[in-house]
Ligand binder design. Structure first.
Ligand code: ADP
Ligand code: MG
Length: 262
């Protein structure tokens, strides 16, 4: 199983959209995919038609046993999505109570890694949608992953958020055996605006090895897909957004180069 986290310490940059678009394309290609919603806002859970305010069981349940994950629990928590090959480990609002706990002090840092160890045979791919805050949940997402995708909105202030995310990653890397490779993905790109063009240039200058050399354009079809509760490629396989995500997936599935590692 390959495990990717999608993270950025900023909201509204396209994390959830990226997670679902990539999961959808992998599932279209016949892969069995589990998506994990670690954001207490539960956007991905809502996207697939489940209400994070009323769900009785969620990822939260995984954190209630002093860092151990009871045998069989992860499977019991899985929910259906719009795609028969995508399963969802849902979020619930209870997750917010974990979020601000300081990572590392309570033995809860490897709960998601242990969860995935139990799901290893059932899925080819896991994608984790991470919260925008550095806490137990973000630490879990990064600790469980083999690769990190950082969506960055092509807006002037976005680069600051990215700097914060990269320094978080450096900190996490100190407690990992191997540094986590990461790929920066420019999102919500609008070629008509100076903000988009300028940000893309700034990203190229600052992160030449880590930047995916293309971008995800602004595409209202992606918003329409979320309203319909379908993965972007289920909704409109030929939209510009889906074409861009297809190219991104190809890039991410390629060999990890030494320069992608922090
Ligand atoms: P995050 O998870 O980082 O908070 P989302 O993926 O939820 O961000 O995206 C925020 C909003 O922007 C959502 O309404 C989503 O549908 C929309 N969106 C994301 N990416 C695009 C895009 N490339 N084009 C148009 N709308 C987008
Ligand atoms: Mg989100």
């Amino acid at each position: 199983m390959r495990v990717w986290a999608v993270a950025n310490q900023k909201g509204g940059v396209g994390k959830t959209t990226t997670t679902i678009a990539l999961a959808g394309l992998l599932a279209d290609a016949g892969k069995r995919v589990v998506v994990i919603d670690l954001d207490p806002h539960g956007s991905m859970t809502s996207y697939f038609g489940h209400d994070p305010d009323v769900l009785e069981r969620s990822c939260y349940d995984l954190f209630l046993n002093n860092g151990l994950v009871p045998e069989g629990l992860p499977e019991q928590l899985l929910l259906h999505t719009s795609h028969e090959r995508i399963s969802l480990l849902p979020s619930s609002t209870a997750l917010a109570t974990l979020e601000r706990q300081s990572p590392g002090q309570n033995g809860l840092g490897l709960v998601i890694a242990k969860t995935l160890a139990q799901l290893w045979q059932h899925f080819d791919h896991a994608l984790i949608d991470s919260p925008p805050l550095l806490g137990v949940l973000m630490v879990n997402a990064l600790a469980a992953s083999q690769q990190l995708v950082i969506p960055v909105q092509t807006e002037f202030l976005a680069v600051k958020g990215l700097e914060r995310m990269v320094s978080t990653l450096r900190m996490i890397n100190r407690s990992r055996k191997q540094a986590l490779p990461y790929t920066i993905v420019p999102t919500l790109f609008d070629r008509r605006t100076q903000a988009s063009l300028g940000t893309l240039r700034a990203l190229r200058d600052a992160y030449p090895e880590h930047l995916w050399p293309a971008y995800i354009p602004v595409d209202t079809r992606l918003r329409d897909a979320s309203r319909a509760g379908l993965t972007p490629s289920q909704f409109d396989a030929k939209s510009r957004g889906v074409l861009a995500y297809r190219a991104l997936l190809k890039h991410l599935l390629g060999p990890v180069t030494a320069t992608q590692v922090a």
